[in-house]
Write a protein that binds this ligand. Structure first.
Ligand code: ATP
Length: 412
């Protein structure tokens, strides 16, 4: 600035004025260049802030819809006992009492006949939906797969655990005569326990694949939270369906949601959980362990499980699925990169060394993210740098998620 504002020379010979103007023009040009550069930088900062804004808006929308979902009350199941007119019917709720309820205009009045099952809003008790009369596993969030595609080769590490589950679940299904000859009963239920994302579901699916069995998966928390008063009935239907589809493997994920130890069941939610657990124990007790239905359950919280579940004849075989060690992580990384175009500079052993404490699900995410970095750079092979960036990104995401969870819990 000082240069530009310099005073004109006192001696105003033509030569001096010419020099002065030339200098001034050069200074102004330099200044112009500087300002242009600053402008370019600010433009790019603006673009960066705009993309950040879009990202945060997207995240906000996602979190809002999650909150919305969490806030929407669970539905009560009922059976229509009487139809008064097009807008009013009498419904017996699954918890027992009968109500005169209104139906929404969205529901075809022809569908509402005595005996039809429907869902009711927990607060207003208005009919929200009509359930199909035929048994439909999917409405209860059950997953039924004829024979899953996962095999033991898709599991990295966990060799001793694979061996154990093969003995406890696969052998009794494929060679029951071995147990008869020796005169011992195979285990009834197998409990897989360990931190999340370590391959418990994967292992159960692989056993079902190996034995050509149907795979029936339910999530403990959904059994008791999705349809109030239905938990025990769902457990009964789950076992009926498993017998009907035998050979089959029932997989109960998050069993701690129904099998947590509690001292007093005072709230109605607790009683619901208790009823569901009692039904599960009853089904397991009335079950022939030489049959061709096997039960596998999984939990991240073995410490809170009710001891009743772990008694002989119930989940009496427990298999720990720990976080992978260096060799385990390397094996998992090899599985998840086997179809990727990996550059020669990638050292998976190094990636494994840098991902201590990560689980199988994280490692899969790192491989995918590394692939995304290569795509963004329009390369067709993934290089070492992509993996390093993916590890950094996943660690940041993990910390952010952890922060949100802890922060959320503080205000819950
Ligand atoms: N040991 C492993 N080998 C290969 N892939 C794995 C392994 N563990 C986890 N994964 C990957 O992570 C995904 C999630 O793992 P999975 O659902 O089996 O974990 P989980 O232990 O059942 O977790 P949760 O307790 O959260 O239900 C799998 O589909 C798989 O792609």
């Amino acid at each position: 600035m000082g240069d530009i504002a310099r005073q004109a020379p006192e001696k105003d010979t033509g030569e001096d004025i010419y020099q002065y103007l030339l200098e001034r023009i050069t200074n102004l040009e330099n200044r112009n260049l500087e300002l242009r550069e600053q402008f370019r930088q600010m433009e790019s900062e603006k673009r960066y802030v705009e993309t950040q804004k879009i990202r945060y808006e997207r995240e906000l929308r996602k979190l809002k819809s999650e909150i919305e979902q969490l806030r929407s009350p669970p539905l009560v199941i009922g059976t229509v006992t009487d139809v008064i007119d097009n807008s009013r019917v009498i419904v017996r709720s699954s918890a027992g009492p009968r109500f005169l309820v209104r139906t929404s205009q969205l529901i075809d009045p022809d569908l509402l006949k005595p005996g039809v099952r429907c869902t009711l809003n927990q607060q207003s008790l208005a009919i929200v939906d009509v359930l199909p009369t035929s048994y439909d596993a999917q409405i209860y969030g059950m997953e039924l797969v004829e024979s899953p595609e996962e095999t033991y080769e898709n599991i990295g590490g966990l060799e001793p655990q694979i061996e154990e589950i093969r003995e406890a679940v696969e052998l009794p299904l494929t060679k029951p005569q071995l147990f008869e000859k020796v005169g011992i009963s195979p285990p009834k239920g197998v409990l897989l326990y360990g931190p999340p994302g370590t391959g418990k579901t994967l292992l159960a699916r692989a056993v079902a694949h190996q034995t050509n069995a149907h795979f029936l998966r339910v999530v403990g928390s959904e059994l008791v939270q999705k349809y109030i008063g239905e938990g025990a009935r769902l457990v009964r239907e789950l076992f009926d369906l498993a017998k009907q589809k035998a050979p089959s493997i029932i997989f109960i994920d998050e069993i701690d949601a129904i099998g947590a130890h509690r001292n007093d069941s005072t709230t109605s939610g607790d009683r619901e959980v208790q009823r569901t657990l009692m039904q599960l124990l009853a089904e397991m007790d009335g079950f022939d362990n030489r049959g061709d239905v096997k039960i596998v359950a999984a939990t991240n919280r073995i410490d809170i499980l009710d001891r009743a579940l772990l008694r002989p004849g119930r989940f009496d075989r427990m298999i720990e699925i720990p976080l992978p060690d260096h060799q385990g992580r390397l094996a998992i990384l090899k599985i998840h990169t086997q179809h990727m175009n990996i550059g020669e500079d990638v050292n998976l052993s190094e990636v494994s060394r840098l991902t201590e404490g990560k689980n199988g699900a994280d490692l899969r995410a790192i491989c995918m993210e590394a692939g995304m970095f290569a795509i963004r750079m329009e390369r067709d092979a993934v290089n070492s740098d992509d993996f390093m960036k993916a590890i950094d990104k996943l660690s940041v995401d993990f910390d952010r998620h952890h922060f949100h969870t802890t922060f959320g819990e503080m205000f819950a």
